[in-house]
Each structure stands twice: as structure tokens, then as C-alpha cells.
Design a protein. Structure first.
Length: 69
């Protein structure tokens, strides 16, 4: 699963193609292969220079991180 990460100084940006919205990169979460649609809960934890992303599918949690440096 790929998640595109964007940032903006605006309090409530609506769309990624607005002015002052900057593309930062992607976070990849490795999920098991499945031919069916699966429900995934995504949690983002913001640190000083890192964004940690956790995806929970049923009772399994998969994690990845995005370094802002």
C-alpha cells in the first residue's frame, strides 16, 4: 500500500493541487497479498523529524516510517 504524504502551512487545505501544498514523498506499507478488498485502519504518528505510519488489518499491524530530513 502506498500513501502519498503532503504538507501545507494552511490550517485546512482541501486538495493536494492547491497553492502552498507540497508533496513530500511516499510511505510504503507491506501488506499481505489478497485478491479481495480489505479494510485497513491507518494511524500516523508525528515526531520531530519522522512520520511513523501504522496500518492495521484485522489483528495484524504493519509499520513504516518517513524521514523528513
Amino acid at each position: 500500500m502506498l500513501l502519498n504524504i503532503y504538507a501545507s502551512p494552511k490550517k485546512t487545505p482541501q486538495f493536494v493541487d492547491e497553492s502552498e501544498v507540497e508533496y513530500l514523498g511516499q510511505v510504503t506499507i507491506q501488506l499481505p497479498d489478497s485478491d479481495e478488498l480489505i479494510k485497513v485502519e491507518v494511524k500516523m504518528i508525528f515526531g520531530e523529524t519522522e512520520l511513523r505510519v501504522e496500518a492495521k488489518e484485522n489483528y495484524k499491524t504493519y509499520a513504516s516510517s518517513f524521514d523528513f530530513l
